[in-house]
Design a binder for this molecule. Sequence first.
Ligand code: NAD
Length: 506
Amino acid sequence: MPELTISDVIEIDEPVPFVGKHLINGEWISGSETLERVSPSHGLVVSISAKGTASETENAIAAARSAFESDSWSGLSGKQRATTLLKVADLIDANVERIAAQETLESGKPIAQSRGEVGGASDLWRYAASLARTGHGDSHNSLGEDMLGIVVKEPVGVVSIITPWNFPFWILSQKLPFALAAGCTVIVKPSEMTPSSTVMLGELLLEAGLPAGVCNIVLGHGEPVGSLLAAHKEVDMVSFTGSTIVGKLITQACSNTLKKVALELGGKNPQVIFPDADLESAADAVVFGVYFNVGQCCNSSSRIIVHEDIADTFVQRVIELSKQVKFGDPMNPDTQVGAIVTDEHNTKIHEYVQAAIEAGAKLELGGERLPIDGLGNQFYQPTVLSGVTPDMDIAREEVFGPVLSVLTFRTLNQAITMVNDSVFGLSAGVWSENVHTCIEFSRKVEAGTVWTNTWMDGYPELTFGGVKQSGQGREIGRYGYEEFLKVKSILMRIGRSRTPWVEQRA
Ligand code: NAD
């Protein structure tokens, strides 16, 4: 095994499994069936959740529909909605430790990152609260003295929110407070692998006084819960984050009713490194970009495109830093990289690495599972592959693991072509001290977000989303809020000056 930095295993008491129920019309409902989640790092049962059926999903949709029609939420003023969202934000802050610990046990991510994810999410709720009060339409007072035009924005209606396992609390908070700020009612389906933090948030919503039926939660699998939430005629919009393959299924299911669909999907996000860049900072950002959340991150920078003149030395620096990143027990607060979400996924990561080597890539570091004494085998070594060419699967497909592919370039145009030679377009990054290089790159690459001389910074104010097969629609920021609104034009004739269409008989 290469010389890596492995953090100490922390002794923990065997966790009492969290019991997750559906939240339907303000009531907690035990499922007729349940499913268990085993911690990827410790191999212990950490939650037992209701496994949703079609009829439970129907009940949740009916509750959301009836809450929407009753105006118990959409009829409130923005100030009233904001007051509830701000209470939720305060409750999140007061419950970070409990939610984060459960999220780490279910997902395998380091506890420090779970704390950051949950603690940081309250700011999304506060920002959404500000939009509930300040959102507005347009008025047109220049249509002539006999006409006033008003564009009003109304809640889309009943929204299904379907989320993945990699950032369960954060991704829910990128959607739910914005949908609620707009006046929508919702049904949430978290991933079957990480359902508990969503249930805990449901408890906080009730404590904050959200009216019954405004936010419903159905736990369980894509079939039948997720697909029904997408296809149902009483649902007006689906907001989905997950894999591109399931995103396509959801789009098909939505086509029956032509409901609105917003998709946040996969990525194959490149960082391009020029010789004039701050190479020490770039190397650190590359290591952060590929190992954060064990590479199980839509924004993972799983491929780097490095200028030929500096490629060898840059890769050596990335390897040195990779060996210093602390892998291991997610419950240790010092750990930076935890466990892989499932054993099957670990096998898939390894198969990608093997296939890349067979295709001619050079293994510079890692390339094997990482057994941790006392915790088992569901970890993967930090892995660096050089000599990757654009045609290899490892350069084109989302691996979703701690695996970095290194490609090289000579000119800016060549680098831009390589960035855009992908079905994905989520994010991209450029490292150069030359502002012209950074601006030309930012303008020409096909991506929803471009980072220059940084990686994966984000703010509630700045919208997020992908192009091409990375998705459609936007989250957070003002644009994310607008996704949950529909637009209506109202034309008002002033006075009685309308010219008759029918010629009057004398
Ligand atoms: P996934 O697509 O397997 O599952 C996502 C959710 O969809 C889960 O709740 C799942 O139960 C549900 N689902 C499965 N089949 C369904 C169906 N037929 N109909 C409706 N719902 C169904 O994704 P995952 O493995 O949980 O998450 C990883 C993926 O998510 C990666 O591809 C990653 O890039 C993507 N992701 C994207 C973003 C982004 O913002 N662009 C963020 C995080 C993750």
